[in-house]
Design a protein around this ligand. Structure first.
Ligand SMILES: Nc1ncnc2c1ncn2[C@@H]1O[C@H](COP(=O)(O)OP(=O)(O)OP(=O)(O)O)[C@@H](O)[C@H]1O
Ligand SMILES: [Mg+2]
Length: 258
């Protein structure tokens, strides 16, 4: 994010407690259009809790601003309607629906193919259905989920493609800011390359991206800036190069590898 551009998504003093445990404490960051903010940190550092806090899925402290507007009190589903989208650490599909129907389901809100509309104007409804199907197909392909998989169940496609499908479903019809939780988890070489290409493409399209990742080579290759969490606190924020040379970061990781 350049100094001149207004952040798409900004969080200030975010905090989450589960009973006596402080999972996240006073964390602040911002991400602009076309920028990728990485979030790293050891297991249990509070990375996923940070997403829960941003997307109003948990009781939290602090403020969230979307396009400069304070949306702290806006509920989770309304945030999604406004383009704040999130993918989960574990793949989350409608397991009985095909890949294409999964995509149609998450795009449905904007397709306008309700029962009333189809009763009053069946031909218009059919046309809209076709248009939304074309939109779903295009979105799947844009995220690297090829046509050969569209009519299969999500669990019957290769694992690497399932991870891409997760990102496509999170993005849905439209996203301004997209939060990904370990998109590279379990991916091998070729799938990892596809993911890197996809992240670069999404940046070029002007999306504001936040990516939690344990794969250091992935995050160092795609992130513009990186936030490092440790035990719920932000211990460093900076460019990939700055983070790689940061003593507190090295200690946070080395202290837990034994
Ligand atoms: N729903 C919950 N109830 C109670 N404690 C929780 C809950 N969710 C997370 N925690 C705790 O909060 C802390 C932060 O967890 P979180 O899942 O945010 O970490 P993380 O950085 O995403 O870890 P990982 O890299 O393993 O995914 C951990 O101590 C975890 O056990
Ligand atoms: Mg997590």
């Amino acid at each position: 994010m350049t100094a001149a551009s207004k952040p798409v998504l900004q969080v200030e003093g975010l905090g989450v407690s589960y009973g006596a445990l402080t999972a996240l404490d006073d964390v602040s960051w911002a991400v602009g259009a076309g920028e990728l903010l990485g979030i790293i940190g050891p297991n249990g550092a509070g990375k996923s809790s940070c997403y829960d806090a941003v997307t109003a899925m948990v009781t939290r402290r602090g403020r969230v601003l979307l396009d400069g507007e304070d949306v702290t009190d806006v509920p989770a589903h309304r945030l999604a309607e406004r383009g704040l989208k999130r993918a989960f650490q574990q793949n989350a599909f409608f397991h009985e629906l095909t890949v294409l129907d999964n995509m149609l389901a998450v795009m449905h809100d904007t397709a306008g193919t309700g029962l009333l509309a189809s009763t009053l104007a069946p031909f218009a409804a059919a046309r809209r259905r076709k248009a939304s199907e074309a939109g779903a197909v295009a979105t799947l392909e844009r995220f690297g989920v090829g046509a050969e998989y569209h009519h299969r169940l999500p669990t019957a496609i290769p694992y690497g493609t399932q991870r891409m499908l997760s990102v496509a479903l999170a993005h849905g019809a439209r996203a301004r800011a997209l939060l990904l939780d370990e998109p590279g988890a379990g991916l091998g070489g070729a799938d990892m390359d596809r993911l890197v290409q996809m992240l670069h493409a999404l940046k070029r399209e002007g999306l504001a991206l936040v990516v939690i990742e344990h794969h250091m080579d992935l995050i160092m290759a795609v992130a513009d800036r990186i936030v490092v969490l440790d035990q719920g606190r932000c211990i460093a924020i900076g460019s990939p190069r700055e983070i790689q040379q940061n003593q507190a970061v090295l200690e946070a990781y080395l202290g837990r590898t034994a």
